[in-house]
Structures are given as C-alpha cells and as structure tokens.
Design a protein around this ligand. Structure first.
Ligand code: CDP
Ligand code: MG
Length: 680
C-alpha cells in the first residue's frame, strides 16, 4: 500500500509567504552560539519596540508566528530590562502543556547560562523545579490557576505572560477572567497575552481593547499535497510516506502528527523495523517520539541536531503544532486527526475521542514545514475532506469538558456567581449546572451552592474532585492504599510496557499481577511489589520511569494529607474499604451488566470493558470505571467490581434503591420501557 498524493495549489491560502533569507545556524555547542542564535530569531529586531510597548501598556497582546521566539525570548528581554523587572518579583509564563513548560524552561536556562531550577525554573503539577532564586518561572496554566488559592492577587509576580493563548485550554480561559479582574487593582502588574497568528483580535477585545503587538512572520512557502482517496489506515500511510520522503526527497527533517502515545510508539516501532529490514539500502533515519508522558531526557532528544547524512523524523502529538518548535523541519505529514476531550452535558460523560482536527490546526501543522526553508506538507486526507469535513477552528475546551474542577476552585476563591463570571466564551449553561450538581452529590457544596468543609478540603488537593473525594473517603480506613492507587492512576497509561515483538510475554507478565477486585488493585499490587528496582521492572514489563513518577506523586499527595488532616492508615489485606472509597469518589461512573453488555446506570449508555483490564473475562455485575476512552467503541479503562449496596451508602443523595435493583437476577424481564422511565 502506498499513499498517493495530488498536489494542490493553494496560492490564495495564507501558507504562502515571502521568505527572508534563513540566517539561523543552529549548530551544536549552544552556549557559545547562544547569543547569535537568539539574535537570529524573528522577534529580535523588535526587542526595543516591544519593551517600550510593554512599559506603556498594562495589558498587551502579542501575536507572532510559531517559532518566532515569543516563549523563549520575551521573558528574557523582561529579565534583562530594569524598567520592567525588579529582582524581587517573579515573571510567570504559562504554558498549556507540561512538556512545553519543562522544555522551554530548560532551553532558556541554557541560553542564559544558569542551572535549571535556579534563576529559571518551571512548575508543573507534582513537580516543582524552582527555588528561592527563581525569577523566571514557566508553569502550566493549571498551576498558575492554583496559585490564586494561596495568593489571590498574585502579589509575587510583576509580569504574567499567558502564552499559547490561542490554544484556549480550560485553564487559560479561566485565567483570562481572573487576571483581567486583578489587573484592575494591581496597576503595577504587567499582563502579556501571547498567541500564534490566530484569534488575536478577540483577545484584544476581551481585555478592553488592549493593543496588539505583531511580530512579522518569517515563513517560506509550503507546498501542500493531498491524497487522492481517503486513507483507510493512517498509521500505515504515515510510515509509507516517511519512507517515501526518505528515499525520494532532498535532505531535511520530517515531522509526523499523530494523536497519542500508543499510536506514536507503534509508528516509531514500525519505522524502525522497516529501516532495519532495508539496512544499508537507505540512509540513516533517526526516529524520535514526543508526547506528554515521555521522560524528559528523551524529550530533549528531539532538539539535538541531525547527524550528517541522516534524516530525523519526529513523531509527535499536537504538542509540536505550536508549543514546541523543532528546527530543520522541511516535511510535515499530517493525517488530520487529534485526540480531544468531548463532554456530554446531558449524561455528564467525558471521553477522549480521536477526531478530525480543525482547518486552523491543519494550517498550523503545515506551517511547521516552512520555518527554515521552503517545505512540503503531505496531508493524508483529500482536498475535499479538508474543505468539507473539517471544522474551521477548534472549539474552546471550556465548551467541551467537565467543569467540576474549575467550579470547585472558583468557589474556593469566593466566586459564587459563576453565571456572571467574565468568560471569553461562556460554557454551556447545562455544563455549569451539571458541575454544580456533581459537586453537591460529592458533598463539596451544600444545597445553597456554598462550599462545605469537605469541599474546602477537596480543593486543597491538586486533582479532580472525584479523585480528591476518593482520597478523603479513605481517611481512617485505607488512605495508605488509596494514595498509592491515586498516584498510579495519574500515570496509569504508561505503567505496563508492551513492546510489539514481546506482546505475549508482556501480557503474561501483566496477568501475573492480577488480584481479585479489579484494575485499581492490580495497580496497587504492582506498586507494592516493585520495590522500585530497575531490574524487577525490566523483568516484569513495567516502565521504571512511570513507577518513579508514581512514587513522586504519591509522596506529594501524602505531604498534603497533613494539611487536610487525613491520617494515613492501612486497611491491611482487606480490599472492601478500598473499593468503597473508590466508589465514594466515582459513583457517577457506575456500569451494570445487562443483557447486551454493560450499561451506565443513570443514562443507559452502552460501554465496554477494555481488553487490557483484569476483569475483561470475568464480567462482574457491577463495575466502577476510572475513565472512558473512545477508540472503536466506548471503553472503560481501569475498572473495579463493586457491590451495588455501597452506592446507597456513599451516595444516598444520588442513587435510589429502586434504580439499583438487580433486574438481571429476576426471572421475569421487566416490561419494556419501564426501566428507562424509572431511571429518568
Ligand atoms: O514561542 P514561539 O513559538 O514564538 O518560539 P519559541 O518557542 O520561543 O522558539 C524560538 C526558537 O527556540 C526556535 O527556533 C526553537 O526551535 C528554539 N527552541 C529550542 O531549540 N529548544 C527548545 N526547547 C525550545 C525552543
Ligand atoms: Mg511559544
């Protein structure tokens, strides 16, 4: 099979720019050439103008092509400028993605010649790499949001940069409202909103017509190619396309956009395997993955220069769309998909779904090929699909996600009237109402919608309300185990290692961890057995790094227990209290086995046990799932068996005993339609 392309002339599209001569000489030995490299970035000629504009205006929107130097340079300019920055206060720069926060902080530390974590650091959930000396802090947008809890006016900052604003993540959108509010009474605070060339007028409008500073782009033409017919298997098509480029096209690195870790790993393995088979018939192909859970030393590799004669291919999630810029990319392969959260406000079901990306995304992706020279973008879909099947832009996350987390946070900040919160794009009314209802059912809010003591304690934990409820429900009985489970769940998709050539061994190793009760207990078992030995992890097909991360997360959660006065005790061998605590947090996620398979209790939605689950064969009558993932169908990932009676114990205000009656145990099936009516 091969991918067939037709070249499409897109002269009128914004992908054609007049390129300037490439000045970049991104060679090795960064620190010596660092200044030269910094000066070659498109933003550099505007340094003075930009600083002047920042001095003159409290809020400034900055628009610039991806890769022009916004993220790495602007904070450095500020640090170097005494007008704008006194050493007493910090400069904070938010990033929607953890990987980006870590990676740009490392880059800037290197450029400024300091050790990461000293003057330049980063802060992401469960990982604080800053110190007393830190003046420039890169952080995820979620972390800055949480800082409002301890410092509602962000007094320790002199400048806040909301970077990658165009990504419109939930946390960035909430930050917009909060920061606009505090800027009114903190006239000394500078606010910069940095964005790729998208949406900047809207940002300006939202921030009371703040001026927009435009950094002129430097882009080279990108030729776009489409497939003649839709590709049935885009992974295979990617692999074929990379190899075709490798053998037929001029030198230049290649960037492939896929939707997540599993796909990326599969693609990398396929590429490596085929290169091995071709051996010396082809030039060297350096295959590198990049995704959120990739360990940081591996992440850094994507930036190392390609060896002479070889070609680098980076296989990435949409992190490489605008957050990270890899130099030397000439070819982009875009299957046109991304993984997105989708939320059904009627049922409250949230799911990760692979969906076609937007045209705006596709154009950003293509643009990555034209940074250093004229490039080519191979779209693995038809020109027709581009025009007719893709949305113009991506819907902001706030309109397609569960709001429980931010509603709890806003309530903790004393913001009670959420309907009138200053949203750039308001969330759907029913999503807001549902979040309030869910927090009420979890005991975080009272019937007046006010924060309860439980809610206050829940908000102290930097995790989703359901997870914090689970942890709080474990106090006095099994917090020891539940903390471990919470930590393992936070890294859960990368615990088990399943290399393509050892699938049987890996699956057997996994089976050996099976314990009665379900997947959460399997995770607990793995954690307890591991002893954090690399050897042990290797032999048992467990990812050592994920285990180390789980241990870090667990340590931090345990540290927080004291603050919310939870004593850490063990349930010893008994799994019932553990499963009850999980039920107390996740009672929304209950599914019952009925004739055709599993159905969610409240909304009768058909769901399936994930084939990787320890309960895949067993099929117990009542299940609680951790999350839903939609691939070919709606799969429940991480499930445990429960007793339906527990639901009445832990969520009496949510479940009625009638709806938990075990219809399948009765001889006579109920009358058609009745069950559904009853469940409303
Ligand atoms: O934020 P913006 O997209 O405008 O650009 P940037 O992220 O500041 O990137 C400026 C330059 O730094 C690009 O040439 C990147 O390739 C480079 N960079 C890097 O080499 N390593 C990193 N970890 C981050 C950026
Ligand atoms: Mg950036």
């Amino acid at each position: 099979m091969s991918a067939n392309f037709t070249k499409c002339d897109l002269k009128s599209s914004n992908l054609y720019y007049h390129g300037m001569t490439p000045k970049n000489s991104f060679s090795t030995g960064r620190s010596t050439t660092s200044l030269e490299v910094r000066r070659s970035l498109p933003i550099f000629p505007f340094r003075e103008d930009l600083l002047r504009a920042i001095t003159q205006h409290q809020i400034l929107v900055i628009e610039g092509e991806t890769g022009s130097g916004k993220t790495t340079q602007i904070p450095q300019y500020l640090m170097e400028d005494v007008r704008l920055h006194s050493r007493r206060n910090e400069i904070g720069c938010t990033q929607p993605r953890r990987v980006a926060a870590m990676s740009v902080a490392a880059r800037v530390a290197e450029e400024t010649g300091v050790k990461l974590g000293n003057e330049v650091g980063y802060s992401i959930r469960f990982e604080d790499c800053t110190s007393e000396r830190t003046v420039l802090k890169y952080m995820t947008d979620g972390m800055l949001l949480r800082e409002f809890l301890t410092e509602p006016d962000l007094a320790s900052y002199s400048v806040v940069i909301i970077d990658e604003a165009h990504e419109r993540t939930l946390h960035t959108d909430i930050l917009f409202g909060l920061i606009k509010d505090i800027a009114r009474f903190r006239s000394d605070l500078k606010v910069l909103v940095a964005s790729a060339t998208l949406d900047t007028e809207r940002f300006s409008c939202f921030f009371d017509d703040a001026p927009v500073f435009r950094i002129p782009g430097r882009r080279f033409p990108v030729d776009i190619f489409y497939t003649k017919a839709p590709e049935a298997d885009y992974l295979e098509a990617c692999v074929v396309s990379v190899l075709q480029i490798h053998v037929t096209q001029a030198p230049g690195d290649c960037l492939v956009f896929l939707t997540g870790q599993e796909e990326i790993e599969a693609c990398c393995e396929m590429l490596q395997e085929r290169c091995r088979r071709l051996g010396s018939k082809i030039a060297e192909l350096v295959v590198l993955p990049i995704y959120a859970n990739l360990p940081s030393d591996m992440q850094a590799k994507i930036f190392s220069p390609t060896p002479p004669g070889a070609r680098k291919v980076v296989v990435a999630t949409n992190i490489a769309e605008t957050s990270l810029t890899i130099d030397g990319i000439i070819y982009v392969i875009d299957p046109g998909f991304c993984k997105q959260k989708s939320y059904n406000a009627r049922t409250g079901m949230e799911s990760l779904i692979v969906t076609p990306c937007s045209r705006a995304s596709a154009n950003q992706r293509a643009g990555r090929a034209g940074r250093v020279a004229a490039g080519k973008c191979f779209r693995l879909y038809t020109a027709w699909a581009f025009k007719h099947e893709m949305e113009e832009t991506t819907i902001p996350e706030i309109q397609r996600t569960n709001l429980g987390n931010v509603v709890l946070l806003l309530k903790s900040l004393g913001i009670n009237d959420l309907i009138h919160f200053d949203f750039m794009d308001p969330p759907p009314h029913e999503t807001l109402v549902l979040a309030l209802e869910q927090l009420y059912a979890l005991g975080a809010l009272n019937h007046l919608g006010e924060l309860t003591k439980m809610g206050r304690r829940m908000a102290e934990l930097p995790v989703d309300p359901m997870l914090s409820k689970m942890i709080l429900a474990s106090e006095q009985c099994c917090s020891e185990e539940v903390l471990t489970i919470a930590a393992m769940l936070s890294v859960n998709n990368s615990i088990f290692y399943r290399p393509k050539d050892k699938v049987v061994h890996a699956d057997n190793a996994r089976m050996n961890f099976t314990v009665p009760g379900g997947d959460h207990l399997v995770l607990l078992n793995v954690y307890n057995q591991s002893g954090f030995s690399t050897q042990w992890c290797y032999e048992n097909f467990i990812q050592f790094r994920s285990m180390r991360r789980a241990r870090d997360v667990r340590d931090q959660l345990e540290g927080l227990m004291e603050r919310i006065e939870v004593e850490v005790v063990s349930s010893l061998e008994d799994s019932v209290p553990i499963r009850k605590a999980i039920t107390a947090g996740y009672f929304y996620h209950t599914a019952r086995l009925s004739k055709g398979g599993y159905k969610t209790v409240k909304h009768q939605q058909t769901v399936y046990v994930h084939p990787n689950s320890s309960l895949f064969e067993e099929q117990p009558r009542w299940l609680i799932y951790h999350e839903l993932v939609f691939t070919t169908k709606e799969f429940m990932r991480q499930v445990i068996e429960i007793d339906s009676g527990w639901l009445l114990e832990v969520a009496p205000h949510y479940y009625k005993s009638k709806e938990l009656e075990d219809s399948s145990s009765k001889k006579m099936p109920r009358k058609q339609g009745k069950t559904k009516d009853e469940l409303g």
